[in-house]
Design a protein around this ligand. Structure first.
Ligand code: HEC
Length: 140
């Protein structure tokens, strides 16, 4: 194909596109195409509405104390592994004498065999606190 022919074809194509774009129908199609193209090339970061499929953390919102407990704390605190204060026992009444602030600080930073954040790296401070409160309340 000669250079001229190629240029003529691409010019015609551009003109045809321009013509199509003026009709409402074509605009709708172009929008749909643009949306599809964007999804392929766009980066989805946490907190963004990623084309309807929101990031799990954003969609779920804050996890409840019992959810965090079940997912991250029960492994040790349900049965008292390594002398962890046991859920639903007076262990937690004894601990709560320290005050919530101390318990939370120790839960966040770790305390002897208690790992920082109870190994839940994705838990927010609020979620850790909710889990601590859930366990402290279990003693009552
Ligand atoms: C690998 C086991 C393990 C996991 C998982 C774990 N803990 Fe613990 N936790 C312990 C142990 C052991 C202790 C007791 C430490 C001590 O008193 O020496 C403890 C103690 C605590 C205390 C009391 C701290 C204090 O100052 O007396 C809190 C609060 C606590 N854990 C919160 C949590 C929370 C919240 C989670 C889940 C997000 C969690 N733990 C997950 C082992 C664990």
């Amino acid at each position: 194909m000669s250079k001229f022919a190629a240029k003529a074809i691409s010019t015609l194509f551009a003109v045809a596109l321009g013509f199509l774009a003026t009709s409402a129908m074509a605009n709708t199609d172009n929008d749909a195409i643009a949306e599809r193209l964007q999804k392929v090339g766009s980066v989805c970061v946490e907190g963004d509405d990623c084309g309807g499929a929101a990031a799990p953390a954003a969609a779920a919102g804050a996890r409840s104390g019992s959810d965090v407990y079940t997912a991250s704390c029960a492994a040790c605190h349900a049965s008292g592994v390594l002398n962890a204060p046991k859920f639903g026992t007076s262990d937690w009444a004894d601990r709560s004498a320290k005050g919530m602030e101390t318990l939370l600080t120790n839960a966040l930073n770790g305390f002897n065999a208690m790992p920082p954040r109870g190994t839940c790296a994705s838990c927010s401070d609020d979620e850790i606190q909710a889990a601590v409160e859930y366990m402290v309340d279990s003693a009552k």
